[in-house]
Design a binder for this molecule. Structure first.
Ligand code: UD2
Ligand code: MN
Length: 480
């Protein structure tokens, strides 16, 4: 016999969600709610809404972890209230563990098949649990998140998010939501299909209990609060699992604009540094360029990431480049403003005035790079370049090459982006049309080289039209 979910009121497509059927043999869930000085009303609203909505047969337990709260209402009154509730346990930590340590403490005590980590100020809707469990039942390496709606912390007004969103991060390693890209929309079979998500929010997430422990739980050296969801997400993707937002599951979360009095202000920065050091490979330099506090801190303090690096090796995890190529190709280089506009990217053709030809990538490899060749302007992808605020002229969508020089010949080389503040790969684009090499002050000139026309560096001469370039903008749709 199959059971149908008891209506999630406001999903992207509520009717279809109501029609979904789930097995009677879904795995059981332990809901882990870690809190520090949570208000009475919001904490108990969270607990009661879980009890009201989660089918008994799937709800193994609710584990509350008190992370050393000092507010009076969370002492005896809470213990007494909880003792009357069936299936709710309260663990008190005598040390401040933060959300990361607190959740791990709860996870260590849990006995359900699936762990659901939940913030202590949430409101679950009917039918939120089954679709999450169903996805994990079919594949234990899936980490799942409901759609998380916003509850205003002052007015408690509930805002249903209408658009389907996925979780992502920027080069500062800060998490945010964004509308799903077009290719994801097309790829999904129905409005109820899960959405692949580069990152899950930390607020509410489900993960198979054994899988959570096998892939290394949370990084125990990441302290207190912050970026643990980015770390877990990267690790899961890179080490063989996947992440998704399940549109038929909905939970509200009270977003507050408060800050904790964390014992050390640099905690979040330190957590981010660990994520960068363990998972970003050489791309971590971009993070350090974006995040000055992290850059400065890393100069004075080198974190010990040995254990996590060993874990990464043991689990045969892929590298960050794979993540950029396969999971989150939209994470562009920091200066690429076009990413804010969604799917379109601004690129241009480098049109040489003197020859009427365009610069382009050619596959032939010589002298340590690909010489840039001139060819009739076709507008094809091999003639698309991007210019960024590091003054690099880049070629390529995901694996970027940069315009460089060897023996005065203009070539495409791996970008040094972020590795050095000054590089041979920096160019000044003049309004007059010259492209000046920053380190030598010379100009790019189109010169006949046997049968082909190649590009060389020559002393600038504004009367040489082969040194003048027009940038012709092209707009490209991102594809996966
Ligand atoms: C977001 C996530 C949260 C977590 C956090 C970064 C959402 C909706 N929420 O923050 O899950 O990923 O970013 O770590 O995406 N808490 C403790 N001890 C502490 C601090 C907090 O137990 O020292 C509890 C707190 O009571 C809450 C949970 O940890 O239940 C997360 O903290 P938050 O709600 O203040 O964080 P939020 O929603 O801004
Ligand atoms: Mn929260």
């Amino acid at each position: 016999m199959r059971l149908s979910a008891r209506g999630s009121p406001c999903t992207g497509d509520p009717l279809r969600c109501l029609q979904q059927e789930y097995s009677q043999n879904l795995p059981t869930a332990s809901i882990i709610i870690c809190f520090h000085n949570e208000a009475w009303s919001t904490l108990l609203r969270t607990v009661n809404s879980v009890m009201d909505t989660a089918p008994k047969k799937f709800l193994k337990e609710i584990i509350l972890v008190d992370d050393l709260s000092d507010q009076g209402h969370l002492k005896a009154a809470l213990s007494e209230y909880i003792s009357k509730l069936d299936g709710v346990k309260l663990i008190r930590s005598n040390k401040r563990l933060g959300v990361i340590g607190g959740r791990m403490l709860g996870a260590a005590r849990a006995i359900g098949d699936v762990l659901i980590f939940m913030d202590s100020h949430c409101e679950c809707h009917n039918g939120w649990l089954e679709p999450l469990l169903d996805r994990i039942a079919n594949d234990r390496t899936r980490i799942v998140s409901p759609v998380i709606d916003v509850i205003d912390w002052k007015t408690f007004q509930y805002y249903h998010s209408v658009d389907l969103q996925r979780g992502v991060f920027n080069w500062n390693l800060d998490f945010h939501w964004e509308p799903i890209p077009e290719y994801e929309q097309k790829w999904r079979k129905s409005p109820t299909s899960p959405i692949q998500s580069p990152v899950v929010s930390g607020g509410v997430l489900g993960i198979n209990r054994n899988y959570f422990q096998n892939i290394g739980a949370y990084d125990p050296a990441m302290v207190m609060w912050g970026t643990e969801n980015v770390e877990l997400s990267l690790r899961v993707w890179l080490c063989g699992g996947s992440l998704e937002v399940v549109p038929c599951s909905r939970v509200g979360h009270v977003y507050r604009n408060h800050l904790y009095s964390l014992p050390d202000e640099e905690i979040v920065v330190k957590n981010k540094i660990r994520v960068a050091e363990v998972w970003l490979d050489s791309f971590k330099e971009i993070f350090y360029m974006r995040d000055t506090p992290a850059y400065l801190l890393r100069k004075t303090e080198v974190p010990d990431c040995m254990e996590r690096m060993q874990l990464r090796k043991r689990l045969s995890c892929k590298n960050f480049h794979w993540f950029l190529t396969n999971v989150y190709p939209e994470l562009s280089m920091p200066e690429d403003k076009s990413r804010h506009s969604g799917v379109a990217r601004q690129r241009f053709l480098l049109h040489n005035i003197g020859t009427g030809y365009c610069a382009g990538y050619q596959t032939k490899w010589s002298t340590g790079g690909h010489p840039v060749a001139l060819a009739p302007c076709s507008g094809n992808g091999n003639q698309h370049f991007e210019y960024n605020s590091f003054k690099e002229i880049q070629f390529g969508a995901i694996v970027k090459f940069c315009i460089d020089v060897t023996n005065e010949q203009i070539i495409l080389q791996n970008c040094h982006i972020g590795n050095k503040m000054e590089s041979e790969q920096q160019w000044d684009m003049q309004k007059s049309g010259e492209i000046i090499h920053v380190s030598t002050g010379k100009c790019i000139e189109a010169i006949k080289n046997g049968t082909s026309k190649d590009l060389f560096l020559r002393p600038c001469n504004k009367y040489t039209t082969q040194q003048l370039w027009r940038l012709e903008t092209v707009t490209v749709m991102n594809k996966r």
